[in-house]
Design a protein. Structure first.
Lengths: 284, 847
């Protein structure tokens, strides 16, 4: 129907070696304040190394979605600098930022996953289309990877919620991005569908070397990640490596009751500002 | 930008139902603009019909235009031109000049004068001029002697007929019957010259060419000869209004016969232009609100596109192309419908006799493509609206686009500025008069409605504060839900308010402005008329009729009233303007007993040629008082400096100026429009007096309950019919806009309603909630619309009619009923799908 360019798409690991940077995402003093002084996010420092699966957790209103949007370049932080793969996002022009979002960042929403007027295959190819390139082989491979290889010509309205989310993951991965941001990707899915999506994200990290930052409130989802970061009241209050379901549940209950309450034992120390290491080792 | 075309094509197909509302609005817009384009093109090509001079390739006639040149400050001199509706004459000497031009076979003098034949109006001409048509004798022969005539209608050869010319009755013998118009009477040349009563001048000269001489070349030669001889139109002219003679060829020859067709055409063009401007303004408002609403529901999808990496330009491009696809289809459908719409308008105009008989509005085949111009404008409007709507969706950061932002201060400020502009332009309506003031009031109303469109969310919020408490108190859970919905979705409520306010304000202003003028004018005319009887004759009253009537016993006072025209030259903000005004000429004796103009200053007892009485409003704007001088031009272009003798109140009924009857007759007013108003002496018997009058003056009609005297511009009926058509059509358009906007919003609310049902709200509660929302919307829309309409209406009625606005009760009830019906249909009908059946269902998958 129209001519598209064949573009080169490189894998993230190769790019990292070429550019010589190790961190996929760096936040330096990033904060977000709204008009009339409401603070959604207090200044945060965060470094996410490549090949990491990070969960950002916290009760409602803790600022986790704000953190994600600032980190992904979807919203403008009122303080601090965001670097994606070493590039200072705030220094980019609008066109360059858009190109960055297209080529080096993947995004998975909780709702509004797919454009209803395009087929499944076209949805997966959307970032490539917008960039004026094409990659029919990558699209096919991406769909096959998420287990929907035969549904390429279907319309989004014909798929279930879980299948739509898997297509969204395929779209997020099609350009081989430096980093994938997922905002509550399993929020509206049943456990089986959620399991499928998390398997895909885990495989993206382990097999292909992608970096994934996932906002979630579900302890079961957090158990799939390498590290869980906790926010409350717009501040980072702690983190846990190799999180377990029970541990995360406990911490979320504590945070949900309000800051400063005594934990029931175990779990992270509550520290403000920098993210701190855990108390070591997995709990049984 | 190919990806934008791709995205646009897919989206247009998927969201077809949502675009249906926009489609409807755009199709109707295209239809209206297409019909107007056809009308404008046809009027642009229009010309007076060529009947009388069809066989004469050239016609030499007087200059039927008057000019006024003035220099606005700081720019070059500008000239205003106005058509004259009374005959400007050709000097008899020009006949000799034309005859000597090489290539001229014959030059025929034409004289045209009113003749009364058997109580009916007819036109008298010399028989030699009949061959310019050409007319031939069907029966009998041409007239050879002074008392012989040839008539147009059926008659017996040899019959004796009494003809009344300029008040004198003479007997003639019919010697022939000619083809052509039935109201024509042909005399011998000498007799015609005598009867016409203008020695030394002619009405026109018809020129026949020698074979082989091209018309254009002959016209140039005749022109050169006339200029060399220094021939000019007969009669004095104002300074700067050099009135040469015109040499007319082709379609221009009709201007020498139908004097009112040219000015009527100009008036029609102006009227159509102002209607088109109103349609464009209204359509912009309606189209942009529907397009914005349609796109707002896709905000999530557009935000997703931005997040995935579409540049703002790509998003705007996709949105623009999508709207463009819908617009092109709708515009073409509307363009096809424009043709029958235009034909219907012509049918109505012809049926009401609104177009002058002599005006020909041609419809050549290529003209039928004119609606494409309307279609193009419609598509342009849609693209502009999409640009405006897409700009919001393509904001800098996708997260902002996804958030339902509260409407910003920029919007509030723009809305307030527009409101101020509307109010001040309503103020300027006080400076205008007549139709121009009505147009200014209408434009002010639409501006203020646009302001309300921008300020919609705040108005809706304010309305809910007022209505919220009663809603919650008296209607239980349904009321709570209704109040909460309207408050929460302020932008949506504001968007649904706009078309309702538009309907109320626009129709209210148009209907009320017209009704106020008519009402005030009719009231003044009723007050002015003191006479109980009127005497008239279609063939013209005999000379001395008024004096004879005054001599009849039982007559207290009798006044001869003649209608005429004058042209007033004035400066408006430095620009020259010529206004053609309808006026009356009267005999001043005991005027206040028959037709009381409500004299405020001075007295009309001394109204004679050289003097004039002025209406109060006009006197105020020109700064005139009794004793001052005013410069006017009569209907034939002759200038006059007249002394003001009186200032009177009732100018809406009797016109801005009141002259002596003799003065107007001298300058071309036709005497066959005259009426004599008669007042009975106290204690007199009306029927007896009527009989006595009929006996005193033979061949007249006596009316025992005369219609009140009112001046009417010659294109009054035309203005009324076109305005009424425009108002009803635009009113219908705004009703469609209400329906489409509301149904669009309602379709978008279906998931919300489904959710409420799932949460446990019963169907009855939900229906009541929707009805309450519709009622609140209708009430608010009517109130705001009435408030918006009042400002320009007050300015208009106080300035022009000096009364409060008058809205006849029936149209008011109709407006309220229409608003109520459309709001309830638009809100309830689309929701039926959700409220049907006992089982709510879970809605579409993935939703």
């Amino acid at each position: 129907m129209f001519r598209r360019r064949q573009g080169a798409v490189t894998a993230p690991a190769e790019r990292a070696v070429a550019e010589g940077v190790s961190d996929a995402l760096t936040l330096e003093g990033v904060g977000r304040e709204y008009r009339r002084g409401a603070v959604a996010l207090h200044p945060v420092d965060l470094a996410v190394p490549r090949g990491r699966f990070l969960a950002v957790m916290g009760p409602s209103g803790s600022g986790k979605s704000t953190l994600l949007q600032c980190a992904a370049g979807l919203d403008r932080p009122t303080a601090g600098t965001v670097r994606i793969g070493g590039t200072d996002v705030s220094a980019l022009s609008e066109a360059a930022l858009t190109r960055l979002r297209r080529e080096r960042v993947g995004f998975v929403f909780q709702a509004h996953h797919l454009v209803p007027s395009l087929t499944v295959a076209e949805n997966v190819a959307l970032p490539l289309l917008l960039g004026g390139t094409t990659g029919p082989e990558r699209v096919r491979q991406g769909l096959a990877d998420v287990g929907l290889g035969e549904r390429g010509a279907a319309a989004p309205a014909e798929l279930s919620g879980g299948q739509c989310q898997r297509v969204a993951v395929a779209r997020a991965l099609v350009t081989g991005p430096d980093i994938v941001f997922a905002d509550e990707p399993t929020g509206s899915l049943d456990p089986a569908a959620a399991h499928d999506v998390l398997v895909l994200l885990r495989r993206a990290v382990d097999r292909d070397g992608h970096t994934v930052v996932m906002v979630t409130h579900d302890p079961a989802a957090a158990a799939w990640t390498d590290e869980a970061l906790f926010l409350a009241g717009g501040r980072v209050v702690g983190s846990v490596t190799s999180p377990e379901v029970a541990q995360v549940s406990r911490i979320m209950r504590v945070l949900g009751r309000g800051e400063g309450a005594d934990p029931d034992g175990g779990g992270a120390r509550v520290v403000g500002g920098r993210h701190a290491g855990s108390d070591g080792g997995r709990a049984a | 930008m190919r990806v934008t075309t791709f995205l646009a094509a897919r989206a247009a197909r998927t969201h077809r139902r949502a675009w249906a509302a926009v489609f409807a609005a755009l199709a109707v817009t295209s239809l209206l603009l297409g019909a107007l384009a056809l009308a404008l093109a046809s009027a642009g090509l229009g010309h007076p019909r060529v009947a009388r001079y069809a066989a004469a390739p050239l016609v030499v006639a007087g200059d039927q235009h008057t000019r006024f040149t003035a220099t606005p400050w700081g720019s070059r001199p500008r000239t205003a031109e106005a058509g004259l509706t009374e005959r400007v004459r050709v000097p008899a000497a020009a006949l000799g000049v034309v005859r000597k031009v090489p290539g001229v076979r014959a030059a025929v003098a034409d004289a045209v004068f009113p003749v009364g034949r058997a109580g009916r109006a007819a036109v008298g001409r010399p028989w030699t001029a009949a061959r310019l048509a050409p007319r031939a004798v069907r029966d009998g022969r041409a007239p050879r002697r002074a008392h012989e005539v040839v008539v147009g209608g059926a008659a017996r050869i040899g019959a004796r007929t009494v003809l009344r010319v300029r008040g004198a009755d003479t007997a003639y013998t019919v010697v022939g019957v000619a083809d052509g118009p039935r109201d024509a009477v042909y005399f011998t040349d000498g007799e015609a010259r005598r009867l016409a009563g203008h020695p030394g001048s002619l009405d026109a000269i018809g020129v026949l060419a020698r074979p082989g001489v091209a018309t254009e070349e002959l016209a140039a030669r005749v022109r050169a000869a006339l200029d060399a001889a220094g021939a000019r139109s007969v009669g004095p002219r104002a300074d700067g209004d050099a009135a040469g003679l015109r040499v007319l060829t082709g379609n221009g020859r009709g201007a020498a016969e139908f004097l009112d067709a040219g000015p009527a055409r100009v008036g029609l063009l102006e009227l159509l232009g102002s209607v088109a401007a109103t349609v464009v303004l209204t359509a912009l408002l309606v189209v942009s609100s529907t397009v914005v609403q349609a796109l707002r529901q896709r905000a999530g999808e557009l935000g997703l596109l931005r997040a995935v990496g579409a540049t703002p330009r790509q998003v705007r491009g996709a949105v623009g192309k999508e709207v463009g696809r819908v617009a092109v289809g709708a515009a073409l459908v509307g363009a096809v419908g424009a043709v029958p719409a235009y034909l219907a308008l012509r049918g109505v105009l012809d049926a009401r006799g609104a177009l002058p008989a002599g005006l020909e509005l041609p419809l050549p085949p290529w003209l039928w493509s004119a609606p494409l111009a309307g279609a193009a404008v419609t598509v342009l409007m849609a693209r502009l609206a999409a640009l405006f709507a897409g700009a919001g969706a393509a904001k800098l950061r996708p997260a902002e686009a996804l958030r339902e932002a509260a409407p910003g201060t920029a919007r509030k400020v723009t809305g307030l500025v527009l409101l101020l502009a509307g109010v001040s332009s309503a103020g300027t309506a006080t400076l205008q008069s007549g139709a121009a003031a009505g147009a200014a009031a209408g434009a002010a109303a639409v501006t203020m409605v646009s302001a309300c469109a921008l300020l919609g969310p705040w108005i809706a919020d304010g309305a809910m504060r007022v209505l919220g408490a009663p809603l919650r108190r008296y209607w239980g859970p349904a009321g709570h839900l209704a109040a909460a919905n309207c408050r929460a979705a302020a932008r949506r409520s504001g968007a649904s308010l706009t078309p309702v306010v538009l309907v109320t304000a626009f129709i209210g202003v148009q209907l009320s402005a017209g009704a106020t003028l008519t009402h005030a004018g009719a009231a003044q005319a009723r007050e002015a008329l003191r006479a109980g009887l009127a005497v008239r004759a279609d063939g013209g009253l005999p000379a001395g009729a008024v004096e004879r009537i005054r001599g009849v016993r039982g007559v207290r006072a009798a006044t001869d009233v003649v209608p005429g025209t004058v042209v007033l030259a004035r400066r408006e903000t430095g620009e020259p303007r010529l206004d053609r005004l309808p006026v009356l000429g009267v005999t001043p004796q005991r005027l206040t007993r028959t037709l009381d103009p409500g004299v405020r200053e001075g007295t009309v007892r001394h109204l004679r040629p050289g003097t004039v009485a002025v209406g109060a409003d006009r006197a105020r704007s020109l700064g005139l008082r009794p004793g001052a001088t005013v410069t006017l031009r009569f209907g034939d272009g002759a200038p006059a400096r007249l002394r003001v003798v009186a200032v009177y109140e009732r100018s809406l009924a009797l016109g801005d100026f009141l002259f002596s009857r003799d003065e107007l007759l001298r300058h071309g007013a036709r005497p066959d429009g005259a009426r004599v108003l008669v007042t009975l002496a106290p204690g007199g018997d009306r029927t007896a007096l009527a009989a006595a009058l009929a006996a005193a003056v033979p061949g007249v009609r006596v009316e025992t309950s005369p219609a009140p005297v009112r001046v009417a511009a010659e294109d009054q009926t035309l203005t009324e019919v076109v305005t009424m058509a425009a108002v009803s059509v635009i009113g219908g358009f705004t009703v469609i806009a209400v329906l489409s906007t509301l149904s669009l919003i309602a379709v978008g609310r279906r998931p919300e309603l489904r959710l409420l049902r799932l949460a446990g709200a019963g169907r009855r509660t939900l229906r009541r909630m929707l009805r309450l929302e519709a009622a609140a919307l209708a009430l608010t829309g009517l109130a705001v619309g009435a408030a918006v309409a009042t400002v320009p209406l007050l300015a208009f009625s106080l300035g022009v009619a000096r009364t409060v606005p008058h809205l006849p009760p029936v149209p008011a009830v109709v407006i309220v009923a229409v608003v109520a019906a459309t709001t309830s249909t638009g809100t309830l009908l689309p929701a039926r799908a959700v409220l049907r059946g006992r089982y709510p269902g879970s809605g579409a998958a993935g939703g």
